[in-house]
Every structure is written in structure tokens, then in C-alpha cells.
Design a protein around this ligand. Structure first.
Ligand code: BES
Ligand code: MN
Ligand code: ZN
Length: 497
């Protein structure tokens, strides 16, 4: 469904709902003032009486409106003009979308916030608003007979900006929103639905619908490619491993290639180092890195960015059977390094090891990997912040700037050489776990062994990929985190390389 931008006045548009995002203690914009007059001063009276203040996170519902063609109005507080950020705007707009999407076939008009003194541009307001309406209206209804949330049947975004530029910004938001929802859906599907083969099938479907080129390596090809580390993890599962690759060429063949690498453990039981029940409950989310890569590739292709990007999704299930890989096993990774397995629950790094060196061999100029890699990262940074680890400060800065420009919170952790000492093995080149301390960093130091000299950033999304509960601005479950950031990196990469 295409979201329309229009310059028409708010009082002339017809829909089930009108959404007005208003800033705190700020004058009403010209278009809202005109609407207020049509409504007989209702809005200014509500503000005067402090029944609506514009404080961030607050909403007020007005029903039975007869003066205009939208019988219901949702007022959503944006906070003070100076405090509005991409992230706060997104929260407000998603809160609004979530509170009016409980009925099917709902049409909405959203007034594009026009806030004096805001640091955001009109285009940013337009992109975030359209993306948020699309993300906020989709819940976790994949398996429910009675859905709790329904995508809007029609979204119209009204504002006074240049119609062509705003429509473009709205379209960008639509593509981002749908790509985030794709990543969320992949995470929200249980492991009986999404396993390596079915994930790869979906990759092929996305390729067909977007014009991306897909390549799927099966277990025999992975063996030929000497992916002994990744295949060891898959050994304990009835589900064969896959490596799914999506290629996008938006620039000359001679331009450098950006590689996006995702951990796609479709279920992580821990293997023989079995997780306790509580820790296993959400482990369908362990392919969140691969889902982010899929979502980002979907968006990059639709946005036709002038850049060359390849997405690699390493797909395995970490299970227990008579063939499971065992503690003490020594694996030979694709790049020839040997790895002593001392914990089969540290499987993500074993998958990434081979996929990273494969991406290097295929000619990646810069790499970003994404993985729900360590509980330690969640301990360090909490559930909403992505950990950043890098072997190259400049490339790390590019990724962090893109995250900032996308309203996603990231924080860099140090890659001091002494952390690598924890990974020294008596019998192999490396062991796959360190001590309890600094576990997110030792995981990253492990990965560093498989990227050669290629500028590389590792994003640990173990916290933000999956939300344990619903909050007003966000549905629980898969979040689609880092899709926006990856798309922003690709856009920057295309314009500078
Ligand atoms: N998939 C988990 C990490 C994880 C934890 C993701 C919580 C999302 C939420 C990963 O494979 C894992 O089990 N890591 C171990 C590593 C340890 C054995 C060194 C961990 O974090 O406990
Ligand atoms: Mn694990
Ligand atoms: Zn895992």
C-alpha cells in the first residue's frame, strides 16, 4: 500500500482518524491553526486548560468530531521543540499508530509535524512519520485467530512542504517501515516455521520481488567451501545448514563492495551445553542478525541506492542429537584456523567465523556483521543498546554516525589486545569461549580472527533485537533493529566511495 503525501488542508481530508503531533509550549502551525478555527477553537481550549500539553509520550483522543471529515482525532505529544529527536519522534508516532490500529480497514490522515526550532528537517519528519505508521500498526498476530492490530488500509500524510520532495521522503519511510516489518516477521515466526531451508526460501522470494540476485549454498557446497566451523554447529540438527547470499549492484562493477553478514541461528538450544528453559524461551530470535540483513537488502534494492552491497546470512539450527558437536571437539574453520569447542552455546561466533572469511574471499571492501551474540552485551549495555566492536576506527565511526542519523542507540566497547589472551587454547589456534568477564568483547576478539585486514564492524544486537514486552511505543517480539542503520550506511557508502 502506498502512503500518499498531500498539500491539501487538514479539514478537507476524509479518513477514520486524524493524527496530530503537537509540540509542548509551542505555537500552533498555520495548518493546525486553520483546523482549530474550523473546530471552533477546540484545540486551543484543550491546550489552554492543559487537558493536552504536548508532553512526550502523552495522547488524547477526541471522538464524534462533526466539523471535518475525520470523525476521530488523536493528539500526540511531541515534547518541547528543542527536545524532538529522530528517536523521540519515532516513539510518538509509533505510540499513535499503536493506539489507533486495533480495527481492520482503518484509514488515517497524519498531519506532518511542523515545529519551529526543531533540529529535524521536513524530510526527516516525513520519513519517520510514514515508517512509524507502518511499523506501529503491525503486531504479533501471525498465529492468532483474532488479530489485535491491523495495518492501515490508507495512510495520507498532509503538510505544507514541497509535495515532490515530501512524497519521496514518505516513500523512503514506507520502504524502511516495510523492511523493518519483514525483519520483525522473520524473528516473530517460531522455529518450526523458520529454519535454515525456509529462511533461504524467503530470501529467494525477496530476491524475486526486488530484483536482487540470490544464491543459496546447501550443506554440500558448504562442505566444499570448507566451512567446518559453521557446519559443526548444524551437525546436531535435523535441519541442514544454508548460506543465503543476496547481491545488489547499484554502482559500477569496479566500485567497492559493502558486505553485510548476519548470524542466522534459527533456534539456539545451546547444544550439549544446553540452555536452561528460561534462557531458551526466546531463542527463535537468534537469527535476528540475518533478519536485519534481509530487511536492509530489501530496502537498499527498493531505494535503488547507488552502491554495491552483498548480504550474507549464515543459517543453522543449534540443537542436540546423536551427531551434535561436542565439548573438546577441534574444528577447522574455512580460513584454516582450528577452534577448540569448550561451550556449544557459543555457536554464533562459529557460524560467523566461516561466513566472515567467505565474505572476505568474495571481495568485501568493508564488512558489518550483526549478531544476537552474547548475553554479556546485554549485561553491559542493557536491552536497547547495540554493542559496537571494530578493527578500524574510521569505519566504526561511519557506522556509529549512521546509527545516530537513524535514531538507533549504539555504543562502542574496546578491543584491547589482552582480551584475545582469553581465547588461547592448548590444543588449537583458538578456543571458542573466554572467562566470564568481558564476554561481549572476547566474542568480538574471536571474530576478528576471520576478517583479515578488512575494515570490519561487529554489532552485537542480543539486547535490542527482541523486546520481551509490549510498551506504548513498541510491540514486543522482533524489533527490526539496525535495518535503518544499515540502509543509512549503504546510502553513505554509495555517495562517498
Ligand atoms: N544466542 C546467544 C546470545 C543471546 C543471549 C542472544 C540472550 C539473545 C539474548 C548466544 O549464542 C549465546 O548463547 N551466548 C553465550 C556465550 C557464552 C556461552 C560464552 C552467552 O551469552 O551466554
Ligand atoms: Mn548460544
Ligand atoms: Zn546464539
Amino acid at each position: 500500500m502506498a502512503t500518499q503525501f498531500t498539500n491539501e488542508s487538514l479539514s478537507s481530508l476524509t479518513a477514520d482518524w486524524l493524527v496530530l503531533g503537537l509540540a509542548e509550549s509551542a505555537p500552533l502551525s498555520a495548518s493546525i491553526t486553520e483546523l482549530d478555527q474550523t473546530l471552533g477553537g477546540l484545540l486551543s481550549r484543550l491546550i489552554e486548560s492543559e487537558d493536552f500539553t504536548g508532553k512526550a509520550g502523552t495522547t488524547t483522543t477526541l471522538l464524534g468530531i462533526t466539523e471535518i471529515n475525520t470523525p476521530r482525532i488523536l493528539l500526540a505529544g511531541l515534547g518541547t521543540a528543542e527536545s524532538i529527536s529522530l528517536a523521540s519522534l519515532e516513539k510518538t508516532m509509533k505510540t499513535a499508530a499503536r493506539s489507533i490500529s486495533s480495527k481492520p480497514d482503518t484509514s488515517i490522515v497524519v498531519a506532518l509535524p511542523e515545529v519551529e526550532k526543531s533540529s529535524l528537517t521536513t524530510e526527516q519528519f516525513a520519513t519517520v512519520t510514514s515508517a512509524s505508521m507502518i511499523v506501529g500498526a503491525v503486531g504479533q498476530d501471525l498465529y492468532r485467530k483474532e488479530a489485535a492490530r491491523f495495518p492501515f488500509q490508507q495512510i495520507t500524510i498532509a503538510g505544507s512542504g514541497d509535495a515532490a520532495e515530501c512524497q519521496q521522503a514518505v516513500d523512503r519511510g514506507t520502504i524502511l517501515g516495510e523492511s523493518i516489518n519483514l525483519a520483525r516477521e522473520m524473528v516473530n515466526r517460531h522455529a518450526g516455521d523458520i529454519f535454515p531451508v525456509s529462511f533461504a526460501d524467503r530470501v529467494v522470494e525477496v530476491a524475486k520481488s526486488t530484483g536482487l540476485e540470490a544464491e543459496i549454498l546447501d550443506e554440500n557446497q558448504l562442505k566444499q567451501e570448507k566451512m567446518g566451523s559453521m557446519l559443526a554447529v548444524a551437525q546436531g540438527s535435523d535441519q541442514p545448514a544454508r548460506l543465503a547470499i543476496l547481491k545488489y549492484q547499484g554502482a559500477d562493477a569496479s566500485a567497492p563492495t559493502l558486505a553485510l553478514v548476519g548470524k542466522g541461528v534459527t533456534f539456539d538450544s545451546g547444544g550439549l551445553s544446553l540452555k536452561p528453559s528460561d534462557g531458551m524461551k526466546t531463542m527463535k530470535c537468534d537469527m535476528g542478525g540475518a533478519a536485519a540483513v534481509l530487511g536492509a537488502m530489501n530496502a537498499i534494492a527498493q531505494l535503488k541506492l547507488p552502491v554495491n552491497v552483498i548480504g550474507y546470512m549464515g543459517l543453522v539450527e543449534n540443537m542436540v542429537n546423536g551427531s551434535s558437536y561436542k565439548l573438546g571437539d577441534v574444528l577447522t574453520a574455512r580460513n584454516g584456523k582450528t577452534i577448540e569447542v569448550l561451550n556449544t552455546d557459543a555457536e554464533g561466533r562459529l557460524v560467523l567465523a566461516d561466513v566472515l572469511s567467505f565474505a572476505v574471499d568474495r571481495g568485501a571492501a568493508n564488512i558489518i556483521d550483526l549478531a544476537t551474540l552474547t548475553g554479556a552485551c546485554v549485561v553491559a549495555l542493557g536491552e536497547e543498546v547495540t554493542g559496537v566492536f571494530a578493527n578500524n576506527a574510521e569505519w566504526s565511526q561511519v557506522v556509529q554516525d549512521a546509527a545516530q542519523a537513524s535514531g538507533e542507540d549504539v555504543w562502542e566497547l574496546p578491543m584491547f589486545p589482552q582480551f584475545a589472551d582469553q581465547l588461547k587454547s592448548d590444543v588449537a589456534d583458538l578456543k571458542n569461549v573466554g572467562t566470564r568477564w568481558g564476554g561481549a568483547i572476547t566474542a568480538a576478539k574471536f571474530l576478528e580472527n576471520f576478517v583479515s585486514e578488512t575494515p570490519w564492524v561487529h554489532l552485537d544486537i542480543a539486547g535490542p533485537a527482541f523486546a520481551s514486552a509490549n510498551v506504548p511505543h513498541r510491540e514486543g517480539g522482533g524489533t527490526g533493529c539496525m535495518v535503518k542503520t544499515l540502509v543509512e550506511v549503504a546510502a553513505q557508502y554509495g555517495s562517498t566511495k
